[in-house]
Write a protein that binds this ligand. Structure first.
Ligand SMILES: *Cc1c(COP(=O)(O)O)cnc(C)c1O
Length: 376
């Protein structure tokens, strides 16, 4: 996909905010804990290769990604700190991971056997993290017998270095901690079955760290908070108070490319879902659903100078229209998303509008949008 650098529409990423959030996350760790910055999905849409060195400088001890290719991107960006892939990879990729010193998660004995063949052929050793499903219902061991068999298999097996054992919480962002406590108990039980001692035992994500859930975790896998977003953010719900102030890093700005007056009865957009009730000033913004600015944004208010103006008519593939309170010139700036967490067009409020979470909104802005990095 071509990144459109020659149009007046871009995501702005405030590097000072990324640095500040990373520093604060690091300062909040318990003694001995390591900060692994989660930069999967292009750093939640913020730009992984650009941000990883910034996070490194601000205190990152390592990085987590979702898949091997994302880890390779970081290595190409000269990142030498540990990189852990969080999702399962095909066993044939074990050699590529090992050759690039990238750690992979393990969820089954069969996978280990397949990976061992590949590794022996190349004379490589792979760093692995044993994934435990303690109640998330996705990857990881959950049966005692399976886990004991893996423990057995790994005894003295030099094709693997057991770097970690980890689990992931389903509800660390919730005020009710009963399911969280259940998961901790399940995880501790699985840990007790292990005689191979992993270097790092880790469970914390942003929420567990920020809301001070008291669990031992050698690594904190800190994701959403680095981008200044509160992990506790279900649509319409009251957010839990984080341990330190988070600074959103992403804003989205464009400008009006065209402004015109329409008269009563005139339609706007596909299907003419907006009909002028009187004479109206309509501005066109050169952003559309092909950028990830989806059709559900119809009705959401974006900021034109200092007025929040509703999106009228359907969002088109590459453009949308706003209802202006008065005539303004083409070229007038439009703020689609504000980095101010209190603004009505913050990422959090946009997620509310779309009935989703800001994680998803940040990720849906795609590569056609240029990302501009400010405040180096
Ligand atoms: C995405 C992810 C994280 C980071 O979660 P945040 O809520 O963004 O902090 C941590 N661990 C695992 C396994 C993940 O998939």
């Amino acid at each position: 996909m071509i990144t459109a650098v020659n149009r007046p529409a871009a995501l702005h990423i405030n590097l000072a905010a990324i640095k500040e959030n990373t520093r604060q996350a690091k300062a909040h760790l318990k003694p001995g804990q390591k900060l692994f910055c989660v930069v999967k999905a292009n750093a939640y849409g913020h730009g992984a290769a650009r941000l990883a060195p910034v996070m490194e400088e601000a205190g990152a001890d390592g990085f987590c990604v979702a898949m091997l290719d994302e880890g390779l991107e970081l290595r190409r960006a000269q990142i030498v700190k540990p990189i852990l892939v969080l999702g399962l990879q095909p066993a044939e990729e074990a050699a590529l991971a090992a050759a690039n010193d990238i750690s992979l998660p393990v969820s089954s004995l069969d996978w280990l056997k397949e990976a061992e063949k590949v590794l022996r052929k190349e004379g490589l050793q792979l760093k692995i993290h044993l994934a435990i499903d303690s109640g998330m219902g996705r990857i990881g061991f959950s049966e005692d017998e399976d886990f004991k068999a893996v423990n057995e298999y790994l005894q003295g097996n030099d094709a693997f270095f057991v770097e970690g054992m980890f689990t992931h919480f389903a509800s660390a962002d919730s005020a009710d901690s009963s399911y969280f406590d259940y998961q901790v108990k399940r995880f501790k039980h699985m840990e007790s079955l292990l005689t191979v001692k992993p270097k790092w035992i880790h469970v914390d994500n942003t929420a567990a760290s920020l809301f001070d859930k008291d669990v031992a975790s050698d690594i904190v896998r800190f994701g959403i908070g680095l981008y200044g977003l509160n992990p506790s953010s279900a649509p319409g719900s009251q957010d839990l108070e984080p341990a330190f102030a988070l600074k959103p890093a992403m804003s989205f700005v464009s400008e009006l490319t065209y402004v015109k007056q329409i008269h009563k009865g005139y339609g706007v957009g596909y299907g003419s879902t907006h009909i002028a009730e009187e004479d109206e000033w309509i501005g066109t913004v050169p952003v559309g659903y092909a950028d990830g600015w989806i059709r559900k944004f119809q009705g959401f208010k974006v900021k034109v100078v200092d007025t929040y103006c509703p999106i009228v008519g359907r969002v088109c593939m590459d453009q949308f229209m706003v209802l202006l309170p008065k005539e303004v010139p083409a070229g007038t700036p439009v703020e689609l998303i504000s980095a101010d967490p209190a603004a009505p067009n913050s990422l959090r409020r946009a997620a509310d509008w779309l009935d989703t979470i800001h994680y998803e909104v940040a990720c849906q802005f795609n590569d056609r949008l240029d990302r501009i990095y400010d405040n180096e």
